[in-house]
Write a protein that binds this ligand. Structure first.
Ligand SMILES: NC(=O)c1ccc[n+]([C@@H]2O[C@H](COP(=O)([O-])OP(=O)(O)OC[C@H]3O[C@@H](n4cnc5c(N)ncnc54)[C@H](O)[C@@H]3O)[C@@H](O)[C@H]2O)c1
Length: 483
């Protein structure tokens, strides 16, 4: 099929490259010429493992090109994806101006040569599917009013569930594909587009091997066909629930600290119950990123518009906000006076394997510490240049390695659980510090081992040292979680 993807950010670039890898002919369009020029040179505009390799293969298979002009791409396409940003406004509502301009642009470019599907992949408030349809029509009316009755198109909501850092795996091997549409023809076109994903009939790239559960046609990927409104609600509910799982672990971690229990053991213990599941039950300094905060705020806003106060969502935001402050509190408990101290941050990105700093806990922690008179140093494997560029007034001293960042520091805070931080030689690190205080904001390290390495270790919700895996009779995979 001929496909256009509007927006070459974290979602659009990966979606475009995956669809071309599956054999579709894809044009990615963005208004940002810098991004398009980079992509034309084969460089990804964002850090996402495997993306540059995938773009090469996408080009060899279905074919992919990158443009700033929307109209020619739309005219040639059967399916047009909208994957533009929907950032939050100060009121908590989603800013739909990018979506509106994309939808009008699509309408303005359409002709009557074929039936097209306009697919909304951006996360949008419930009801936006109708808005997209209206805006596309307005676009037609403004540019080609004489064609209004002869142009045919369908609108679908196809929410995206990829995680930055594992976006290619998530896109090629999704748990499910959700398509909301109000007419069968639109659903059928979407089913045809995604057929290789549903059947897993494509050969897997070497850098993103097919997971065991999807090998040999064992099971197809479910396509969940719903109304547009339900599809929009699925996306918001999914993010709200995931954030809630993290928030729940954090709430429990406070109680664990007070009663002398270990949150990691407790979450493993409840996560083995299939009704609960272990994923996302990780206590720490809280979630960040471009989606959870804005999506929960937007959902609360929608609920309020319909006269409903979403109390669980409010609590989820409040617990997360408080959690970031735990770092300062724990530093004060260890160092008493923070003014004039040097604190090292390990990690800046909101999570590992991305350069994304949107709503990253690191920024809020650094800002607060600087305000309190602390000298802040930081090291992140990939997000330092983005951090410098996006926060020119934040007085962080950027360091070239984990060993360099802790030198003469009074405390080190593990902010992002990058894999390289899990493998650090802790005794060497502790020896370089002025005071070997370690605040493990992600419960990455084994408390006993960190203490043996010479650290004054504090995790989140780990009042007692966790048991060794050999003490437990859990299966190995679960024992690893305890460890
Ligand atoms: N980032 C994620 O992990 C993720 C996951 C699931 C869903 N989403 C949702 O997907 C959407 C996109 O997110 P993102 O992180 O990729 O955003 P992003 O900010 O990284 O990228 C958006 C891109 O759209 C471009 N753009 C904006 N208006 C345009 C227009 N009219 N024409 C052409 N290009 C235009 C921008 O220049 C930018 O490059 C959001 O609604 C987000 O909530 C994001």
């Amino acid at each position: 099929m001929r496909v256009t993807v509007i927006g070459t950010g974290y979602v659009g670039t990966v979606t475009g490259a995956c669809l071309a890898y599956l054999g579709h002919r894809v044009t990615c369009v963005d208004q940002d010429l810098n991004k398009i020029e980079k992509l034309r040179m084969g460089q990804a505009p964002i850090y996402e493992p495997g993306l540059e390799e995938l773009i090469v293969l996408a080009n060899e298979r279905g074919g992919i090109n990158f443009e700033t002009e929307l109209a020619p791409a739309v005219r040639e396409s059967d399916i047009i994806f909208i994957a533009v940003g929907t950032p939050p406004l100060p009121s908590g509502e989603a800013n739909l101006s990018y979506l509106e301009s994309a939808a009008r642009g699509i309408g303005a470019a359409m002709d009557a040569s074929r039936f097209r599907v306009v697919v909304n992949k951006s996360t949008v408030p419930v009801g936006s599917g109708n808005l997209v349809e209206t805006l596309v029509r307005e676009g037609i009316e403004d540019s080609n009013p004489e064609l209004l009755s002869s142009i045919t198109f369908g609108v679908a909501s196809n929410p995206e569930f990829l995680r930055e850092g594992s976006a290619i795996d998530d896109s090629l091997y999704p748990d499910r594909i959700v398509v909301g549409a109000d007419n069968p023809k639109t659903i059928e076109l979407m089913r045809a587009l995604y057929a290789p994903l549903i059947d897993q009939s494509f050969s897997d790239p070497s850098f993103a091997p097919r997971p065991e559960k999807l090998q040999d046609g064992k099971q197809p990927v479910p396509l969940v066909a719903t109304s547009i409104t339900s599809a929009e609600m699925i996306k918001y509910s999914a993010n709200a629930f995931l954030a809630l799982k993290i928030g729940f672990s954090n709430e429990m971690s406070h109680i664990c600290e007070r009663v002398g229990a270990d949150i990691t053991d407790v979450m493993t213990g409840i996560g083995l119950d299939w009704r609960i599941g272990r994923g996302f039950l990780n206590a720490g300094i809280g979630w960040g990123g471009s989606c959870f905060g804005k999506d929960i705020s937007s959902l609360m806003h929608t609920a309020a518009e319909y006269g409903y106060q979403a109390r669980i969502l409010e609590a989820s935001l409040a617990v997360n906000r408080m959690q970031r402050g735990m770092v300062i509190q724990k530093l004060q408990e260890k160092l008493y006076i923070l003014k004039g101290r040097t604190v090292a941050l390990l990690g800046l990105a909101f999570k590992p394997n991305t350069d994304d700093l949107r709503d990253a806990p690191s920024l809020q922690i650094a800002e607060k510490l600087i305000q309190m008179g602390v000298r802040v140093r930081a090291y992140d494997p990939v997000a330092m240049s983005a951090c410098k560029e996006q926060n020119p007034n934040l007085r962080i001293a950027y360091c070239p390695s984990a060993l360099a960042v802790v030198e003469h520091a009074d405390a080190v805070v593990l902010v992002t659980e990058w894999p390289e931080f899990a493998n650090l030689h802790l005794p060497q690190l502790a020896a370089k510090m002025n005071k070997p205080v370690l605040i493990d904001g992600r419960n990455l390290y084994h408390p006993e081992r960190a203490r043996e390495a010479g650290f004054d270790y504090t995790g989140i919700g780990r009042a007692v040292p966790a048991r060794r895996s050999t003490d437990s009779n859990l299966p190995r995979s679960q024992a690893a979680l305890v460890e």
